[in-house]
Design a protein around this ligand. Structure first.
Ligand code: F6P
Length: 511
């Protein structure tokens, strides 16, 4: 039996694909229709970004058809359920309340988030005031969603001044932790153990080694130097962290959405409480737009229309994100987890096989470096990958303005070249053109902008999931590998011949 959204998909697929050049020629107001400004500043400092989707193949007919798809998928109802704290994560039977952490959600959840933030603020202030002696370094230990957000924020915003030097360590490879040790004086170092579950093997092993390091360097009470950031406070206390230094967050905040909770502790400690608050403020402004804007005017939903078009109609298996700004060089890494762990699924929320592609592979890099490495394929290769460019009108450096001017000229030139292409008598020198890109041109990169950019992508990810009918909030696909690693550790289990040969070659049976 047909589903209510099948008609919408038939309409989408029936839309004629005109080239981007034809689309611009046919509609003099194309830029006006497909780009929009979104703001997250306050009265004193209006700041925002231009979201330009005009170099994608979206046109009026496609937007009408995608709006019909959103309606058939009850986008408005699903969005309301998300923001009301209903149990939208159906496979784990719980809500997904990351927006409540920044003030958008059910009253009780927003109140709880405020109280937990208050607790974190008090601890941050106490550390800054010297309650733990002089603290100049924080080693933040976590992985996946417990690391990527803090790492991105610290790297992006540290130039505005830092109070405590933060080192984010995620990998179990001991080299990662050793690198951090080399840069920290143990007498002036705190350890943050960030783990939603407080059971992740990489994090708990690294945390134990960090305690050993403190002890070996004469810290009599290493546990007294640990702050735990977790949704499992009992486990943290059981592990040895004093209750007063456990900063909990609710179970309903997913790992890859947890930057807004106590997982943001290193941002507040390292860069200042106001920086963390500004990030929340930027995100909250995008929440308001997402919650209160309908159809194509809703920018995360509009971006999802383009994402679905290229994945489901264009057959594109990847989406590239290029930040033309050093401050955002880790943004593609952050988006990889957000998008691929959320929407890399093969069944719908009710367990039926999906009928088309779900999340493409998110990848990317920083401009202009990427131009000299991977853009050859993007211009002349045989695969089509929709791209996003992210840039800032205001530069972050104090050098000759030529630097920023060349950076932006190159960013805009790439989008133009991909779209226009170029004919040539010589096939090796011809560019096919008609390759799509979108551009987010920020006024400036600051904490509010970073919060807004992340929230925009969270909502874009959710909108994609709604259009596909999948649950973006579970991640069962990461479990099997972990279980097999545990079996290898326990010994005695049989595996395929190749895996057994590798285990033998590395002598892993000798733990
Ligand atoms: O393995 C995937 C994952 O569960 C992510 O979803 C999560 O962000 C990461 O591991 C870390 O988990 P935890 O915060 O519980 O240590």
């Amino acid at each position: 039996m047909g589903q209510p959204w099948d008609n919408a998909w038939d309409r989408i697929k029936a839309c004629e694909r005109r080239t981007l050049t034809e689309l611009f020629a046919a509609d003099g107001d194309r830029v006006g229709k497909l780009s929009a400004r979104l703001e997250w500043g306050d009265e004193d400092e209006p700041i925002g970004a231009l979201f330009d989707w005009s170099k994608t193949h979206l046109d009026d007919a496609l937007l009408d058809a995608f709006e019909a798809l959103a309606e058939a998928r009850d986008f408005a109802g699903k969005r309301a359920a998300l923001l009301a704290g209903e149990r939208v994560n159906v496979t784990e039977d719980r809500a997904a309340e990351h927006t409540a952490q920044r003030g958008t959600g059910a009253d009780a959840s927003v109140e709880e988030a405020d109280a937990l933030h208050q607790r974190m603020h008090i601890l941050v202030d106490a550390i800054h005031r010297g309650t733990f002696g002089e603290i100049r370094h924080l080693i933040h230990i976590g992985i996946g969603g417990s690391a990527l957000g803090p790492k991105l924020a610290i790297d992006a915003l540290r130039r505005e001044g830092s109070l405590v030097d933060v080192h984010v360590v995620s990998n179990i490879d001991g080299l990662a932790l050793e690198d951090a040790f080399e840069r920290c004086n143990p007498a002036e170092t705190l350890i943050a153990v960030a783990s939603k579950t407080f059971t992740t093997i990489e994090t708990m092993t690294n945390a134990a080694s960090a305690l050993d390091w403190l002890k070996q360097h004469g810290i009599a009470d290493p546990y007294g130097r640990v702050v735990a950031l977790t949704a499992n406070p009992d486990k943290a206390v059981e592990w040895g962290v004093d209750e007063t230094r456990v900063l909990p967050f609710p179970e309903t905040v997913g790992g890859r959405y947890s930057l807004w909770s106590s997982i943001g502790f290193p941002i507040a400690l390292g860069l200042g409480w106001h920086v963390f608050e500004d990030m929340l403020r930027g995100a909250r402004a995008v929440d308001a737009h997402f919650a209160g804007t309908e159809g194509r005017a809703n920018l995360p939903l509009r971006a999802a229309f383009a994402d679905r078009y290229y994945a489901n109609v264009g057959g594109c298996q990847t989406r590239g994100v290029f930040a033309y700004d050093e401050r955002l060089r880790l943004f593609p890494d952050y988006l990889q987890q957000l998008e691929m762990e959320s929407n890399g699924k093969r069944v719908t929320a009710d367990g039926a096989p999906v009928s088309g592609s779900t999340a493409p592979i998110t990848w990317g890099g920083v401009g202009t470096d990427a131009q000299h490495a991977v853009f050859q394929l993007l211009h002349q290769g045989t695969v089509e990958a929709p791209l996003d460019f992210i840039a800032s009108v205001t530069s972050g450096d104090t050098l000759d303005p030529a630097h920023h001017r060349i950076l932006l000229m190159n960013c805009f030139a790439q989008g133009a070249a991909l779209m226009a292409g170029q004919k040539s008598e010589d096939p090796a020198r011809a560019y096919p053109g008609d390759r799509p890109s979108a551009t987010i041109l920020c006024d400036d990169i600051n904490a509010a902008t970073l919060g807004a950019l992340i929230a925009f992508h969270e909502h874009r990810t959710f909108a994609n999931a709604v259009l596909m009918g999948i649950n973006p909030f579970d991640q069962f696909g990461v479990e099997l590998g972990k279980a097999i690693a545990n079996k290898i550790d326990a010994g005695g289990a049989r595996f395929d011949a190749s895996t057994e040969a590798l285990i033998a070659a590395a002598d892993l049976s000798q733990s």
